[in-house]
Design a protein around this ligand. Structure first.
Ligand SMILES: Nc1ncnc2c1ncn2[C@@H]1O[C@H](COP(=O)(O)OP(=O)(O)OP(=O)(O)O)[C@@H](O)[C@H]1O
Ligand SMILES: C[C@H](N)[C@H](N)CCCCCC(=O)O
Ligand SMILES: [Mg+2]
Length: 236
């Protein structure tokens, strides 16, 4: 059993597509479940991240809280007048699901960047990652940081990685969530600079447009774009 926590430098960096790519690969080697503890922005009928993952991978998904407005969860909950679970409750559910042994890999996708407030007490995905790591055996939890390709990403990525390290969480690596068809100078340099400035491996680079592929084509793309194998990946 392993848990992969997918965070990112911000919203819209491609966490969901990367989560789907990791799920697609892990599903070759065993049973996978994807959890989105808190989803916001589905009030207008928009597809939630779990719908995207289901469509791209067919893996089972769980969404625990859904809020209407496309905002940080604590803001959306406050404006909607609802009380949502605190992060410690999500962490306990993740640990229980991991310990149940029902799945070989459990992927957890945050909402927005690492420090976005997921509850009214200021709990964040950083807190969730710390609690889940503390609740499971050594080495069972990996944190992946999804980042953007272009100018500005070096700063955002270092801030995110340093914040994880300050809580004793060493990320497994970085994934670029959307690689442009026509990369410019900054994108090209960042392929070298992101690993250099963070000291972390670049685990993968997902091409822009991957989210529109059929399930079969996405699975093939997931294999090609995740350049470094993770512990739960299929050897096939
Ligand atoms: N590789 C990709 N291929 C196609 N579309 C992509 C890719 N990466 C991101 N996108 C698109 O960019 C947008 C943001 O991506 P995504 O939903 O994965 O962001 P996120 O980091 O998961 O954000 P959130 O904080 O809302 O969970 C979406 O509209 C998605 O379809
Ligand atoms: C609505 C969006 N797609 C995400 N679900 C929530 C992103 C919150 C970001 C808050 C912020 O960092 O300013
Ligand atoms: Mg997402």
């Amino acid at each position: 059993m392993r848990v992969v926590i997918v965070t990112g430098t911000s919203t819209d960096v491609g966490k969901t597509i990367v989560t789907a790519a990791l799920a697609s690969r892990a599903a070759r080697a065993g049973s996978v479940v994807v959890v989105k503890p808190v989803q916001t922005g589905i009030g207008d009928g928009s597809a939630g991240d779990v719908d995207v993952v289901t469509s791209l991978t067919g893996c089972p998904v769980e969404e625990w809280v859904r809020l209407d407005e496309p905002l940080a969860p604590d803001t959306a909950a406050r404006r909607q007048g609802v009380v949502i679970p605190v992060v410690a409750e999500h962490a306990a559910r993740v640990v229980a699901l991991a310990r149940s042994g029902d799945h070989d890999t459990l992927l957890v996708e945050g909402a927005g960047g690492l420090l976005v407030r997921l509850d009214a007490d200021g709990g964040t995905l950083l807190d969730l990652a710390r609690l889940v790591t503390d609740g499971l055996p050594d080495g069972a939890v990996e944190v992946v940081v999804v980042t953007s390709a272009g100018l500005g990403t070096l700063n955002h990525t270092e801030l995110t990685v340093d914040t994880l390290r300050a809580r004793g969480l060493e990320p497994a690596g970085l994934v670029i969530g959307s690689w442009p068809v026509d990369p410019g100078l900054a994108e090209t340099c960042n392929l070298h600079d992101l690993p250099r400035v963070t000291g972390l491996p670049l685990l993968g680079v997902v091409p822009a447009g991957a989210g529109s592929l059929s399930r079969a084509a996405f699975a093939a793309q997931a294999d090609r774009c995740m350049t470094t194998r993770m512990s739960g990946d299929s050897r096939a």
